[in-house]
Design a binder for this molecule. Structure first.
Ligand SMILES: Cc1cc2nc3c(=O)[nH]c(=O)nc-3n(C[C@H](O)[C@H](O)[C@H](O)COP(=O)(O)O)c2cc1C
Length: 260
């Protein structure tokens, strides 16, 4: 079983590719009730998620916190390997360590982890932004190859920790991630400019259903995960976060790199 979260689609195609190559089934974290999970006959359990602020998206940590104890005890009793793929734009920091601790608190050992570099999507802070087209294409090309390697490792039970943490990972994670969690997203800053055509694309791509259309305009609720999917998906680039995103480019995943 592979549990995944994704905003702009990178982690989704990664999870789908791993599922296709390993035969494991897939579950999208926002759509699955942790109370109904059952380790069943699965050979391994995987978590695939984007790295946020050199850490793990809160929605993934919450999911782990709510997994039923019975299922976790069953996993441990049957020695089912638990692995993770941390999908990042450049580096993971201590995200995998954060996941390892969250699992350990539930009595589960993380057996293996890999990082996967994919195009950058973070646009809510000045100084961050999408990659050049050339970098984006190179990252997708490399990611498709690496995913096959990771899938082979999983199928062969070749468990390892192969994670690109980057420089001063502990410092980055310990300083930036708590700020990211504390400050969260100011939902009131997301807005659609007048050129919005009310097509509803933003609402349909939001992974947690946080956008509603009211009087022909999208309105954001308080459950924003910061994924920026709405910003990137807008066909007329009408969605902005305050004024910081005004000059940022949009990212659209080219999934053709990951065709089996
Ligand atoms: C809120 C947020 C924070 C991010 N922080 C990091 C980071 O600390 N390090 C990094 O390499 N990439 C970071 N990224 C980039 C994403 O991890 C990367 O683009 C990922 O592929 C997005 O996955 P998705 O398309 O499945 O949502 C961040 C993206 C977002 C939206």
């Amino acid at each position: 079983m592979i549990y995944y979260f994704s905003g702009t689609g990178n982690s989704r195609v990664a999870a789908e590719s791993l599922a296709a190559h390993t035969g494991l089934s897939l579950d999208f974290i926002p759509h699955c009730s942790p109370y109904l999970q059952n380790a069943g006959t699965c050979r391994s359990i995987g978590f695939v998620f984007p790295v946020y602020a050199w850490g793990v998206p809160p929605i993934v940590l919450d999911f782990i916190r709510r997994l039923p104890q019975q299922m976790l005890e069953d996993l441990q009793a049957r020695d089912i390997p638990v692995w993770a793929v941390a999908v990042c734009g450049d580096e993971t920091g201590k995200a995998v360590e954060m996941l390892r601790k969250a699992l350990k608190q539930r009595g589960v050992t993380l057996t293996a982890a890999w990082s996967l570099i994919m195009p950058n999507v973070y646009v809510r802070l000045p100084g961050f932004g999408v990659d050049s087209k050339e970098t984006e294409q190179k990252k997708l090309q490399d990611a498709a190859v690496r995913l096959k390697e990771i899938a082979r490792n999983i199928s062969d039970c070749d468990w390892k920790f192969d994670v690109h943490e980057g420089s001063i990972p502990s410092l980055k994670t310990s300083l930036v991630y708590p700020l990211f969690r504390r400050m969260g997203v100011d939902a009131g800053r997301w807005h659609a400019e007048d050129k919005c055509t009310a097509c509803g694309k933003c609402r349909s791509v939001c992974p947690v259903g946080n956008i509603a259309m009211r009087s022909g305009k999208p309105r954001w609720g308080s459950d924003c995960t910061s994924c920026c999917a709405c910003f990137h998906a807008c066909p007329v680039n009408a969605i902005q976060y305050g004024s910081v995103t005004r000059r940022e480019g949009q990212y659209r995943l080219d999934a053709s790199f990951f065709k089996p």
